[in-house]
Design a binder for this molecule. Sequence first.
Ligand code: HEC
Length: 467
Amino acid sequence: MLVFSVYALLGGILLMLVVISHQLPVIIKKKEAEDDEHQLERLHDAQNYVYASLLLVIISILAWTYYAVKGTVWESHLMEWLNIVVRVMHITFGIAWIGASFYFVFLENALNRTENVRDELAGNLWAVHGGGFYYLEKYKIAPKQIPKHLHWFKYEAYFTWLSGFCLLFIVYYFNASALLIDKNVLNISPWQGIGIGVGSFILAWIIYDQLCKSPLIKNAALFALIGFAILSGFAYFYSHVFSARAAYIHFGAMIGGLMVANVFFVIIPSQKAMVKAAKENKPLNPQLGKNALARSLHNNYFTLPVLFVMVSNHFPSTFGYKYPWLTLIIISLGAAGIKHYLNLREKKQQSVWVFPISAIVLLAAAFISAPSKNPNECKSEVSFAEVNAIVQQRCVACHSSRPTDDVYKLAPNGVMYDTPEDIVKKKDLIMQRVVITKTMPQNNKTNITEEERNIIRCWIEQGAKVK
Ligand code: HEC
């Protein structure tokens, strides 16, 4: 990691130097550049280089800061702030990306294609929003002349991926031994875990991309079936390598990665080729548009499953199930089904069954993961002293005002069990995490036994009294 941060710093400085030596003339003559299209492009390039190098410098400063505070109480504070800043960025970019994508799918479905539509147009739409009236036109192929200023939607996708990837590092990879790896699942080193994680994203893209380029793409139903089987394979694999929570996030990140790669490697290049052909007055290769459309459609179906998986990461009753891959697959299937229903609805092709079946599939995930009635008997009265002894032994290493755990220097989520009241107040959450989903102690680092879980359950069921 230290080596990496040194490289990032050097890279940043080097890039900055390149920019300064190469682009300085353009930057200085900004006024003149604004009048010349070619110069303007260079100016924009120069700006992008500056941003990229600034980003590298910031990353390396952060990495240095991390090393400076590692092992102190500030470590978790730094990680928490990084976490929230990058998370908000990720959500914001994600909303912008998915929002734009939903909006264009809506446009496509809502276009007026019949009344007063010029020959070269596919349709138009009047809209009112934010106190203004908007009039949009969609061309059948391309306008005769490609306008100078053409807005491209791509940075939303790239930044969503970039911030998401950073978040993966901040939450899971920096803390791999605590959050990524569960020794009860598979005993691997942090570096092996990170390697498997990142490698799996690349492998997933190669498989998916090849599948899209194979003749299979012509048979939508078969493609969906095989694609789903492969995705299920990934879910199964992740659940047998990582902690359940990390398995979920890797599954979501893997699909999110496919979506961004679709934008980067297929959709944008196809659009560029189309613009180029139009500018040179050459005939358009219709396959380009078709490829881009197919990938867009896949992305459209991926959105809800990805959102669902990302959110479910905060709900231990989903990934806490004893076969996490099964709930993961079912949830993805149900969410994709709901997206299918929404698509059909916008196209006014109502299908009565898609929605209820998807809802039932989702409910099935809730149903199978429901806690079974605990067969273990409780003795007549569990004393608080017994429970307190368990909590002291199994929980306060992390959950106290002064944690002794090697990773958590601050009580996680602010949960502390220093006094009896602290324990009683949190009894419902304890029931959820320790008894039902068994996601606490984290990765069972402190080796709680089934018997102890049962004692805690009995105490809570008997009214969680402190005596
Ligand atoms: C190795 C450290 C560690 C140990 C030991 C541990 N926890 Fe946790 N606990 C965490 C972390 C990290 C989180 C936050 C992440 C999460 O919610 O999974 C957490 C979260 C929780 C939450 C959820 C709080 C919320 O706001 O949602 C509860 C409840 C909890 N722990 C209870 C317990 C109990 C009870 C024990 C002992 C039986 C225990 N934990 C042992 C690390 C630990």
